[in-house]
Design a protein around this ligand. Structure first.
Ligand code: PGA
Length: 248
């Protein structure tokens, strides 16, 4: 089963419009591959500039969040239609920082995933255990709950990208070992077989995220159930291109 690899950058709360433009100026001049699929997720305010900069390239743009309602009195929120109109093709949903600091729930993640699909966006749905949960041997239970709840009533699962991001590996410089990362990604695929079926699960891309960098990306990408990377810190500099070109 061949699944197109995805290298996605999550800029989190970084980069002004001017900084985003400067990044793309340098980054795009070094891109010469149409494999893997490349995604960059800037802040809302830089989306329009990022879309403009990447027009005609194989770099897709995503948002870092949406709200699941279509509009109304939800101060500070942004709809799927709004980011779609701005040129986004992807949206990150349920990142652990949103779960941790902004009280994002599994139910909200599910509603956002369904809304993203309804509006023609590719959801990148994040799951992952905390250090405490791993140390208590609860990793698989936590992942099972998060994946099952996120995928409830999802009717175009093949379009969904799942990102396994152990919370203890995010921004800490502590990458999960290739085996640890693959073990959970493999488990997620097993869950997807149970929730949907084998054909569907075999098509779905599962990314690993958490301190991915130029030094570890190649090995992670060689693992059987890791189809890509969601990259935070290492996506902020134009040498993110070395991750995109991990095959070279
Ligand atoms: P990191 O972040 O690569 O800086 O660890 C990954 C993420 O949060 O998506």
């Amino acid at each position: 089963m061949s699944r197109k690899p995805v290298i996605a950058g999550n800029w989190k709360m970084n980069k002004t419009v001017a900084e985003a433009k400067a990044f793309f100026n340098e980054f795009l001049s070094q891109i010469d591959v149409d494999d893997p699929e490349v995604v960059v997720c800037p802040t809302y305010t830089s989306i329009a500039a990022a879309v403009e900069c990447t027009k005609g390239t194989n770099v897709g743009i995503g948002a870092q969040n949406i709200y699941f309602e279509d509009g109304g009195a939800y101060t500070g929120e942004v709809t799927a239609d709004m980011i779609k109109e701005a040129g986004c093709e992807y949206v990150i949903i349920g990142h652990s920082e949103r779960r941790q600091y902004f009280a994002e729930t599994d139910e909200g993640v599910n509603k956002k995933t369904i809304k993203a699909l309804e509006k023609g966006l590719v959801p990148i749905v994040c799951v992952g255990e905390t250090l405490e949960e791993r140390e208590d041997d609860n990793t698989f239970d936590v992942i099972k709950t998060q994946v099952e709840k996120a995928m409830k009533d999802v009717n175009e699962p093949k379009k969904v990208i799942i990102a396994y991001e152990p919370v203890w590996a995010i921004g800490t410089g502590k990458t999960a070992t290739d085996e640890q990362a693959n073990e959970v990604c493999e488990y997620i695929r097993k869950l997807l077989v149970e929730i949907f079926d084998k054909d569907i699960a075999d098509c779905m891309r599962i990314l690993y995220g958490g301190s991915v960098n130029a030094g570890n990306v190649k090995k992670l990408m060689s693992m059987s159930d890791i189809d890509g990377a969601l990259v935070g810190g290492a996506s902020l500099k134009a040498d993110f291109v070395t991750l995109v070109n991990y095959k070279k």
